[in-house]
Design a protein around this ligand. Structure first.
Ligand SMILES: [Zn+2]
Length: 576
């Protein structure tokens, strides 16, 4: 049994996330966490809302709330929606909570003690009318790269280039719209990443063999271009105060740490929150301190490709630069974009379907299945209503739902709602056992390798093989001439239905539970431990449930999506 720490990139606090966000981090992280638990490992799955930075302040101002009120409310909403999608976080924390404040201030102190932080004067956009500096998104203007006229100070939404606000052409305040802005000097703390270049490269070299190509290509691109010293403070009031020796740092009373510095530290902070909430205040150390037992932890991070640089390079600068025994990431799984038709999902432009809206339309399993089966792993993929409908109607309704329904109903009608006891397996049972012998180890291998599309495809292939089996065995025809032969088919069918439920658990946990509970599958048969799934040979899986065990027919598992629904959703959300 291994110990696996899993974190998903922190969803930003400015509103409910869209399906692209879900597909690119939180959902695959959840599927992986569920699989690893089912395979018998000790898993800790951590996430949190990322609550600092200018977008939170701007969104709060727009909502007419204080930032604190706004974040309190949005955190609860995101937590509720995450639960609606069955995201099985062990803890869903907040980067604005006390543990992250303490840890962030601690890291800044030790980094400075180690000569990796220094105060520098930098040039910042100052709004004369607003009487304040305009960091990041508080300033907008024309992108120097692509000439898009509404680029934000930290990043151009059009071409994706990371920007410094002073680079913008024709800058204006996004607070007041005022163009009466000038460049003024201000003091900031700089993290001297240039000094860590060699150490970080060595770290990436060590890990590269375990990282997918998407991750290593981004990490090496940044390293090859050369790390730059980055400002880790901002002229803002909302955020983690800048301290030195435990006291407010002189000259930094109106400044806070930059959100990109404190957000990854919240992975640790959120674990501390979990630990305290469970009445074991030091338990987090077993996951994060290599001097306190975290040596044997495998740490796996999930994120979209835009976050890779911060996790593969910047956060390791913080960790390695501290010279303290903190756990570093072992495996870093990154995703491309799930697009909305040809374009991008967009929070700011409210384009696409958002998590709360999705749950109003259909149960979470429908979305979970589609998003994992179409996971944007090797390239960007596009959500379309048509492919969504086709996937749900075929994979979930026809291949899985109908199979479970048919065999359980037939057992209810002809075998007294019990797992049939009589009959001897023959050639058809040998055929399906052989299929399982090939496919189940492949399924486990895909999960181990974090290949989610392949895991979904293999899951579906196993369901399809079951359908093929029941067509060959045709117990309903056999019943007319030999009840024993029919009994073997239905017994095998019920055991397959149970197995289908077992392997469905990581991706569609609610439907899987419904199948397993209705059939009455005992807990010990619900594990996905690879050893158990091969125990006694694969034929054993076809006769695993106690013969004569009473079963019931599951409630309807899935409903087909109709053309009329697609038309209605297209009218409401666009697309098509
Ligand atoms: Zn641009």
């Amino acid at each position: 049994m291994a110990r696996i720490l899993i974190t998903s990139a922190l969803p930003y606090i400015n509103g409910v996330k869209h399906l692209g966000n879900l597909a690119g981090s939180m959902l695959p992280a959840d599927v992986y966490a569920r699989y690893m638990r089912l395979a018998g490992h000790e898993v800790l799955f951590i996430c949190a809302t990322d609550e600092h930075g200018t977008p939170a302040e701007l969104a709060a101002a727009e909502a007419g709330q204080t930032v604190r009120q706004y974040c309190d409310e949005q955190h609860e909403i995101q937590k509720r929606v995450g639960a609606g999608f069955s995201l099985s976080f062990d803890w869903f924390g907040r980067s604005s909570n006390e543990p992250n404040r303490k840890l962030t201030q601690h890291f800044a102190e030790v980094l400075e003690d180690n000569g990796l932080i220094e105060e520098r004067t930098s040039r910042q956009v100052y709004s004369v009318d607003d009487k304040r500096f305009l960091p990041d998104r508080y300033v907008e203007g024309t992108c120097p790269n692509c000439k898009y006229e509404k680029a934000r100070g930290d990043q151009c939404d059009n071409c994706g280039t990371l920007l410094d606000p002073v680079d913008l052409i024709n800058p204006y305040s996004s607070v007041s719209g005022s163009r009466n802005v000038e460049i003024r000097d201000t003091r900031h703390l700089f993290l001297l990443q240039t000094k860590m270049q060699d150490q970080v490269r060595k770290f990436v070299d060590q890990r590269a063999k375990d990282w997918p190509h998407l991750t290593t290509s981004i990490a090496y691109k940044w390293l090859d271009e050369g790390l730059i010293d980055r400002s880790i403070t901002r002229d803002l009031s909302w955020g983690i105060p800048v301290t030195r020796g435990g006291q407010p740092r002189p000259g930094f009373e109106n400044k806070v740490f930059y959100v990109w510095f404190d957000a990854p530290i919240e992975y640790i902070g959120s674990t501390v929150e979990w630990s305290e909430a469970n009445g074991k205040p030091n338990e987090w150390e077993r996951w994060w301190r290599t001097d306190k037992g975290a040596d044997d932890v495998t740490y796996v991070e999930f994120m979209g490709k835009d976050n890779v640089a911060f996790h593969a390079v910047s956060f390791p600068v913080t960790i390695l630069g501290s010279k303290e025994p903190w756990k570093l990431v072992d495996k870093l799984k990154a995703f491309n974009w799930l697009n909305w038709y040809g374009g991008k999902f967009s929070t700011s432009q409210k384009r696409g379907v958002f998590m709360d809206q999705a749950l109003e339309l259909l149960p979470s399993d429908y979305w979970r299945w589609y998003l994992i089966a179409n996971s944007p792993e090797s390239s960007d993929t596009a959500f379309t209503w048509e492919s969504f409908k086709a996937s749900i109607n075929s994979d979930l309704n026809d291949v899985l739902g109908n199979f479970v329904n048919r065999v359980t109903k037939y057992a209810a009608a002809k075998f007294d709602s019990k797992v049939p006891e009589q009959g001897t397996p023959g050639e058809h049972e040998a055929w399906i056992a052989k299929e399982l012998e090939t496919r189940l180890p492949q399924l486990a291998a895909h999960y181990e390798a974090m290949e989610f599309r392949k895991a979904a495809a293999e899951t579906r292939a196993i369901w399809a093989a079951g359908n093929e089996y029941i067509t060959r065995a045709a117990p309903w025809t056999a019943y007319k001439t030999s009840v024993d032969t029919a009994a073997v088919g239905i017994r095998t069918g019920i055991n397959l239905a149970a197995l289908f439920g077992v392997i469905a658990q990581p991706i569609i946990p609610t439907a899987a539970k419904s199948i397993l509970d209705s059939i009455g599958v005992p807990d010990q048969f619900r594990s996905m431990n690879p050893a158990r799934l091969g125990e006694g040979g694969y034929a054993g899986l076809l006769d695993a449930l106690p013969r004569g065990m009473p079963i019931s027919v599951p409630p309807q598992l899935f409903t087909k999506i109709e053309d009329a629904q697609v038309a209605e959703w297209t009218a409401r959300f666009g697309g098509g």
